[in-house]
Design a protein around this ligand. Structure first.
Ligand code: DTR
Ligand code: ZN
Ligand code: ZN
Length: 504
């Protein structure tokens, strides 16, 4: 505390002399007003944002991700990895260096992590090209290959009665649909299967997660509909297809941590909250996803310390987003009704610098979300318009950390620059870039490094994040009061997604 205080005095003296305010006057307690920080303004804090500072942080984060190489053979910041632990250290120590401007809280919660080292599926004499191991799959017995006939499961494999008696000692082939992959794997295990293969009903390969582990889960793969078709036909003809399955994987329970920083100043009963996720997927370093969001928050948290705020500002760095929004869900679930009500809104910042970007605003309406979501949406829209920039609306469908908030009555929204969506011709005209390609061709891949971030888009969006913080840090005038219960607004019963992984 003492150290921080004397640094602050030193800085203010330096400012006073630069402005040629007589030195003694600046020290006179009656003129203490000269030592007060200015109230934050959108213009001032936007001017504090530079792509140079963001890039510097991105390079630091990549170095941190390289600590994951030991265990994963490539850079990663997936929860449980050294890359993620070092990310948490980096965020915490940066915040701690800001003195007492923030109250910092570490919130540790249980999470399940999986790592698949190797897998192989041979059906008859061939290996389907589209084969993928499901996330959080257990290994095959003793991490060794298992052998048995392929057996076709009836219907969707969601009921025990769908599994024929010869599933015991076999590899179960199950159609996607009706219930989660985890339920199918569990049912297969209960029926005595050695492994399970879920085939897609839509086009393309099938990559999903088994979700919460069950002792009945068996090693589970996903394959495409096209790859499955000849096997289904042969099985229906009574052909015996001797097969083998092999997965070397671990699934374990760990503790991981959300970091929350709240301004000590400002009305603590009226908080503007914003968050990004501190973790990446196992496959890569996650510098755009979500280094871009989480570093933007860190930079703004740093710049904000120059200013006074009227409302409290609460920053969050969520862990386990990539495993299914674990950290944000946990955080919201732990809020008492009184604490919940203090959060006036939650702003989600996940992927702000996609290389083939579009300026995307979540289309969060008050008709389908807690009241206030639409006012936030319009704040982003108005800013892009004022800047003379194009924007598009994207679905507010549960793919990031806002989901838990809106499900608990807290207005939410955010911006993004796109993931595995394909850029249309119209979007290429609006934003430049490459039509027909993903917004982020490195989404969830090893190549999501520093050069995967578009610095122009990043700086633009970081200024918009700064604008959002400054606006609500000064006033909630015109922003709807928090409502609770049914008053808060409707939320879709079953989200299309909960995070980025398919569950069924
Ligand atoms: N859940 C994010 C990616 C993400 C967030 N919103 C969207 C919308 C469309 C596609 C992807 C996303 C992640 O961390 O992967
Ligand atoms: Zn992701
Ligand atoms: Zn993300």
């Amino acid at each position: 505390m003492r150290q921080t205080f004397s640094n602050a005095v030193f800085l203010l003296c330096a400012t006073a002399s630069a402005l040629q305010i007589p030195f003694l006057e600046s020290l006179n307690p009656q003129n203490a007003v000269t030592t007060k920080k200015p109230l934050v303004s959108s213009e001032a804090i936007q001017a504090d944002i530079s792509s140079k500072a963001l890039l510097k942080r991105a390079k630091e984060l990549f170095k941190i991700a390289e600590l994951g190489i030991d265990e994963y053979n490539h850079p990663t910041r997936v929860i449980g990895s050294k890359g993620h632990l070092a990310t948490l250290d980096y965020i915490y120590s940066t915040l701690a260096s800001l003195g007492d401007y923030y109250t910092i809280t570490n919130q540790t919660f249980p999470a399940v992590v999986g790592n698949t080292f190797e897998y192989r599926l041979v059906l008859g004499d061939a290996s389907p090209n589209s084969t993928q191991a499901m996330s959080l799959t257990p290994p095959t017995t003793d991490k060794e290959p298992v052998f048995g006939p392929l057996v076709l499961v009836a219907n969707d494999g969601c009921a025990a009665s769908d599994y024929p008696s010869n599933t015991t000692g076999a590899i179960a082939l199950i159609q996607r649909g009706t219930c989660p992959f985890g339920t199918k794997s569990e049912n297969a295990g209960k029926a005595g299967a050695l492994a399970a293969v879920v085939y897609n009903t839509a086009d393309g390969s099938l990559s999903g997660t088994l979700g919460t582990p069950s002792p009945h889960h068996v090693a589970t793969f996903g394959i495409s509909k096209a790859d499955a078709a000849p096997y289904i036909a042969a099985l229906k003809n009574g052909t015996i297809i001797e097969s083998s399955a092999y997965i070397d994987a671990i699934v374990e329970s760990i503790g991981t941590t959300n970091i929350i920083a709240q301004t000590t100043a400002g009305d603590a009963s009226n908080c503007v909250m914003l968050g990004g996720h501190s973790d990446s997927v196992a496959e890569g370093p996650g510098i755009n996803d979500d280094g871009s969001g989480s570093l933007t928050l860190l930079e703004i948290a740093t710049q904000l310390t120059k200013y006074e705020v009227r409302n409290c500002v609460r920053f969050a760095w969520w862990a386990g987003e990539e495993e299914g929004l674990l950290g944000s869900d946990y955080y919201v679930s732990q809020l008492s009704a009184a604490e919940n009500k203090k959060i006036r809104l939650f702003m989600d910042y996940d992927m702000l610098a996609s290389p083939n970007y579009a300026y995307q605003v979540y289309n969060a309406t008050n008709a389908l979300n807690p009241v206030g979501s639409e006012e936030l949406r319009d704040l982003y829209v108005d800013w892009y318009k004022k800047e003379g920039l194009n924007y598009t609306f994207i679905a507010f469908d549960g793919r990031s950390d806002y989901d838990g908030f809106i499900r608990h009555g807290i207005p939410g929204g955010g911006i993004a620059t796109g993931a595995e969506g394909v850029k249309t011709r119209k979007e290429a005209e609006m934003f430049g870039g490459r039509e027909g390609e993903w917004f982020d061709p490195c989404y969830h891949q090893l190549c999501d490094g520093v050069s995967n971030c578009d610095l122009e888009a990043w700086e633009v969006n970081a200024r918009l994040v700064a604008h959002s913080v400054a606006t609500y840090a000064v006033s909630f005038e015109g922003f709807p009061e928090r409502r609770v219960g049914v008053e808060a607004g409707r939320v879709a019963e079953t989200p299309l997604y909960h995070g980025s992984k398919l569950v069924m």
